[in-house]
Design a protein around this ligand. Sequence first.
Ligand SMILES: *[C@@H]1O[C@H](CO)[C@@H](O)[C@H](O)[C@H]1NC(C)=O
Ligand SMILES: *[C@@H]1O[C@H](CO)[C@@H](O)[C@H](O)[C@H]1NC(C)=O
Ligand SMILES: *[C@@H]1O[C@H](CO)[C@@H](O)[C@H](O)[C@H]1NC(C)=O
Length: 976
Amino acid sequence: MENFRTHLQFLLYFLLFLHSLPFSYAKCTDTEREALLAFKTGLTDPSGRLSSWRGDDCCKWAGVKCSSNQTVTHLDLKNPYPQANGGIIDQTAYKASCLAGNISSSLLRLPSLSYLDMSLNDFQGNEIPAFLGQLNDLTYLNLSFSSFGGEIPPQLGNLSKLQVLDLYADSYGGTAAAELRADDLNWLTRLASLNRLNMGFVRINTSNGGDWLHAVSMLPSLVELKLQYCQLQVLPQSLPLGTNFPSLSVLDLSDNSFNAPIPQWLFNLTGLRELYLRWNFLHGPVPSEFARLKSLEILDLSNNLDFGGQIPGLFGSLRKLKVLDLSANDMNGGIQEFISGFAGSPSSSLIFLDLSSNSLEGQLPDLLGVVLHNLQHLDLSSNRFWGSIPNSVGEKMSSLKHLDISYNNMNGSIPDSFGQLSALIDVNLVENSWVGVLKETHMVNLRSLENFKLTTDSSNHSLIFNVPVKWVPPFKLKSIQLENCIVGPSFPAWLQVQNQLTSVTLRNVGISDTIPGEWFSNLPSELTFLVLSSNQITGKLPSQQLKFPRLSTIDLSSNKFEGPLPMWSTNASILYLQDNKFSGPIPRDIGTLMPRLRNLHLSDNTLNGTIPLSICKMADLQVLSLRNNYLSGELPDCWRDLSTSSLWVVDVSNNSLSGEIPSSMGLLRSLGMLLLSENNLVGEIPSSLQNCSALTSIDLGENQLSGEIPSWLAENLSATFVLRLRSNQFHGQIPEALCNLPLLHFLDLSHNNLSGGIPKCLDNLTAIVYGNSSELYYQETKVVTKGRAYDYNRNLALLNVIDFSENNLSGPIPEEMTKLLSLRVLNLSSNHISGAIPEKIGDLKVLETLDLSHNQLSGEIPATLSSLTFLTHLIVSYNNFSGKIPAGRQLQTFDASSYQGNPFLCGFPSRVKCPTESITTTAPPTTGTEPEDEEDEIFELGTGLYVSIVLGFGFGFLGLCVTLLRKEFRKKDIEW
Ligand SMILES: *[C@@H]1O[C@H](CO)[C@@H](O)[C@H](O)[C@H]1NC(C)=O
Ligand SMILES: *[C@@H]1O[C@H](CO)[C@@H](O)[C@H](O)[C@H]1NC(C)=O
Ligand SMILES: *[C@@H]1O[C@H](CO)[C@@H](O)[C@H](O)[C@H]1NC(C)=O
């Protein structure tokens, strides 16, 4: 009994004890619960993240935490959607899990709230509620990535206990218009406890540009300060008197517009561990004072363009430095001194080094691998390094995972030791001039390799891949890119056992083998990118639709594939099959089999049959190139289906197409290039084409088109810079309106039945008067064609051309034509043009070809012609010229036949003797080919022209890319 009482007593005590424990049965107060429910009511919650918010005890609700006395202290409603690599994977899924709506002031009824995290939600540009400034106990406030907009309420300055304030205002596809602003930062100075402040992407727009530094320098406890992309302009060169940042450890001022040297006060922040100054306009040399920042672990000075000079050796003295990014600056000279700086003392801790996109040069020092042997990431791309990869890289850098030496002048070899890099995952060696032989030993231990890129100049095949036929590589590649080296002649067997490939490029690698049918039908299902162009691969591809579900880019161009055109998966978007021996028809259902095609290049094959109507089912089509085949029948009249598409190149030149140009082509609003030459098209130019206001290039030459040249051409198509109507049956006059095409610089109306005079207004063709836009496009080709399938082989700068030859034009050569100062080719031959050559013809300083033959021109040949030093083709034969051929070197270099048929013309090189001289029988050596052969060579419009315009477009696109890239880079933090 006694025993029992004791037990009972014990039990009682125990229950009392439990009672005293707050978590056992106690719950949050009704006031707090109701406050939270009111808060919930203000929000929208599409994914039901707050569905647990019911029942009595709000301390158990998702995201709510209470202190031991059951008052709510934490509210963590951060969007849990997973983030990867600084981004999100699925925009829609992310947005679905965002909270939105209003933040209710009922939060004020949670007086002990110390932690509030609303990050990664979407408040659609709403302002940050000012009442948050009354949550006196707040120590942590995170509103980042939440699409708040408007002015930050200065009331936040009342949060005197606040330690962390995160207002980072970028968004993941949240409301784009939201812009968070701070026009005044005085409120900030009152946050005396603040140790972490992130105002990235907030537009800080204080009245005095440098005020931001004054405000933050008042925060004595700051450990972390992030002001990236705040549109700051002024970087003060001194700190306000008496202030410093005694505890600052992380400083991020990247992505602003600072146009200044790096200020000295930074080097007093000796506790700094991380310093980010990328994407500004900082300039000057690298200050030697960096050596004072002994605690630095991460230093990012990339993308400051004018920041540069030699890289000093001081970085080696920063023994804690793990990450150094100096990319995209103006660093020049060698890297000897920089590397030597790391020698001598204990092991360097550097694991990430990016020196890409500078003007560094010289050989890579052998010390590189020795002193930086802990590197995991080494990027030396886009510099001017030359020579070989030092042995030490392979021998010592056993942690190296990413190596990029692309876009340099490396003209040496890759050492055997390279094969020791067993941690290597990515290697990029493209665009160099590697020489030597790559053997098994070069890859013997590359167990981790996933991505391998190596290309050399297209001019030499000086790198040879020589591995045994039965070689089994130690790696499982995801992507491989080999260009302009020698891998062939047989199709590499080792590639056929790689079964995780997603991207394969073997361009111009000397394979002259039959495509291994087995490999082809067993290609890994993950494959998205397949380029085998510019080899001599033979064989037929299976004629049934090929099933590589993800394959989207296919380039088999410039090979010897034969047989019927293969059809690819429904996901194919880029298909280059040009320059092969494919034959037979284009499958009727091509458009339904491959509905996502954007680029369809089938030119230079032997395809026959008609152009299938289903082409118009490809709603994404941008480039349709069918030139140089044997296609017949009429052009399909289905273009209405593509009227909203981005189709901008239609090239069906050099086929056997007949019938009229369908008027539905005029519905192609994006059409930039219409190339229909060398067919049998008849009828007039459809007037609907005047709606294609984006047309830059019109080539209808060598058909049987008729009617007058419509003057709407000039009135509505002001973007046109190439107009080629050669060899048709156009009649009537040359419309004066053509003179109003400001960009026109290639005008070929030859071989028609045009009559009347040459328009006087040609001097309005400003593109030919003031230098030429084509020169510009020519420049850009170098940038944009890199790695593209286009074959560029013509000097586009030649294309300032006027050709009116073989018509019935009469009247004089207008004086105004001598104002076309950039004209390079003028052909007026075989007309009935009369009068004299204008004296000022000598103003056409860059003229290369002048053909006036077979006309009724008379008078003397102007002496000014002899000053045209570029003139290589002059033909004035069969006119009524008279007098002496002007002396001076130029006009004497042409063959006598250039002048024949002018009975009153005399003097060398003509055979007719002027009254005072004797006949020369030995003509000086002529330059180049016979004049008669020239015409076709010069006027044949090949791929070159086509490319110029393609690239003209490309340039604008490039600009866009750069902008996007910049944004992308900004978000991408350094990973290692
Ligand atoms: C409960 O705890 C919080 C924080 O721990 C404190 O601010 C508050 O005053 C306490 N309330 C009561 C009633 O003890
Ligand atoms: C750096 O700190 C020292 C000592 O506190 C001070 O005298 C000097 O003015 C500071 N330099 C700059 C540029 O702020
Ligand atoms: C296409 O060419 C093939 C021979 O390659 C020929 O047999 C066939 O009749 C041609 N078809 C057409 C429509 O011309």
